[in-house]
Design a binder for this molecule. Structure first.
Ligand SMILES: Cc1cc2nc3c(=O)[nH]c(=O)nc-3n(C[C@H](O)[C@H](O)[C@H](O)COP(=O)(O)OP(=O)(O)OC[C@H]3O[C@@H](n4cnc5c(N)ncnc54)[C@H](O)[C@@H]3O)c2cc1C
Length: 383
């Protein structure tokens, strides 16, 4: 292993916290710089599949109260009819670990609990990185500078570190606006340990049990691609409810119960493939390297996969450059495939024509059980 006296991770999100813990477990001195002052800058959740859960458990993370194991994912059409049921619990257990609906902040706190005090630097925003005498020098918004043997850019979709490595990269808006929230709520049609994904025409929606009496929900609608500022496509709560009037009932019910101030809206975007993931002593991972839209439910999973692979290579390679090169060649093809799949899922789950949506629903309704098991296994195992 090359000598590492100081590794800096920019971004205390999913990939950044996971890679920091993996490096710490390997005895490498690491610190994380996060621009916010806590993990709770917005309440949200996501699906973390069995293989990524297994990686976190292997690192000693205690996930007990961070989320809820998923037993099944129900896919329903806009009217609420069940068109497919994925046996996520059964398949995940056969792979050795449950898949989870995870609360983002609780999962990050569980990882942070395994790191020594002083690893995490809050309110610490990176504004640029320079190469200085064979090391990377991170410039912070407060004017301080920090030199390190390696800087890991894990600063998400709006990455600043990406610019150092790959220049300016424009986001590709998906053409949909999304609204989401997490609330304390129960509903007779939202059973525990269940994720309900509703595929409509011109949009989608969903509700998932994320544990501790909380459900997360999301819904999307079409916006012209040229609209992509922070206000583009936004809807008031009343407009959301009007949009959901003819949708599966629990969706409207949960939106109605959500205080408007807690509804978060944005335009999901991804980035085109970038040719380089590293330059000098700076390497990217997670959304900084390969941001994807949430439609394939894989972005956080890929960030966890990246973190494990990068840490293993850092430990296993004699030279930093060798580790970074192998990391890029190992991860690029899979992650680019998932970004493409995310774009496909965006189209397929939100087909505009009611006839096309009906044909899609029929195809899923008649899908053989073995095929459903196969797709579920691919997602849960990350293969
Ligand atoms: C609505 C929605 C639903 C989703 N559902 C799923 C799902 O079901 N399954 C799934 O796998 N993925 C899902 N995703 C995607 C997933 O959230 C991301 O892909 C994942 O969080 C990426 O991890 P990351 O570590 O690369 O970035 P993030 O988790 O976004 O973390 C980046 C961190 O860097 C910090 N940061 C940014 N800039 C700086 C800076 N200059 N200096 C210091 N810190 C900085 C940020 O504050 C943040 O904490 C979803 C995303 C959305 C929006």
């Amino acid at each position: 292993m090359a000598k590492y006296e100081r590794v800096i991770v920019v971004g205390g999100g999913v990939g950044g916290m996971t890679v920091a813990l993996a490096l710490h477990r390997a005895g490498i001195p690491v610190e994380v710089h996060e621009r916010h002052d806590s993990f709770q800058h917005h309440a949200t959740g996501f699906t973390i599949w069995s293989h990524a859960v297994a990686s976190l458990l292997k690192l000693g993370v205690s996930l007990g109260s961070a989320g809820q194991p998923i037993e099944q994912t129900e896919i329903r059409n806009q009217a609420g009819e069940l068109i497919c049921q994925m046996p996520v619990g059964k398949i995940s257990r056969s792979l050795g670990a449950d898949s989870y609906e995870m609360q983002r902040d609780a999962m990050l706190k569980a990882i942070a609990a395994e790191l020594p005090d002083g690893t995490l630097h809050w309110d610490s925003e990176c504004v640029g990185i320079e190469e200085v005498s064979g090391q990377a020098c991170v410039r912070m918004a407060d004017g301080s500078q920090h030199q390190a043997d390696l800087v890991i850019g894990a600063d998400g979709i709006h990455s600043v570190t990406r610019e150092t490595v790959a220049g300016k990269v424009a986001l590709r808006p998906s053409g949909y606006c999304g609204a989401a929230a997490v609330i304390q709520f129960s509903h007779p049609d939202c059973p525990p340990h269940t994720h309900i994904d509703v595929w409509g025409h011109g949009g989608k929606a969903g509700i998932a049990d994320i544990g501790q009496g909380q459900l997360r929900w999301y819904t999307t609608w079409k916006v012209p691609r040229k609209q992509h500022g922070p206000e583009a496509g936004r809807r008031s709560k009343a407009e959301l409810l009007a949009h959901l009037e003819n949708w599966y009932g629990p969706i409207g019910d949960i939106v109605r119960a959500t205080p408007e101030s807690q509804i978060r809206q944005n335009i999901p975007s991804d980035i085109p493939p970038i040719t380089r993931w590293f330059r000098g002593r700076v390497v990217l991972l997670g959304d900084a390297a390969h941001a994807t839209t949430p439609f394939a439910a894989m972005g956080a999973n890929m960030a966890i996969e990246d973190a494990g692979e990068l840490a293993d290579l850092i430990v296993g390679c004699d030279h930093v450059e060798q580790a970074l090169e192998q990391f890029q060649s190992l991860r690029k093809k899979r992650t680019e495939g998932i970004v493409k799949h995310g774009r496909f899922m965006a189209r397929m789950t939100q087909l505009h024509s009611p006839l096309a949506a009906w044909l899609r629903d029929q195809a899923f309704l008649h899908m053989p059980a073995e095929e459903i098991d196969k797709v579920t296994k691919e997602m849960a195992s990350g293969s």
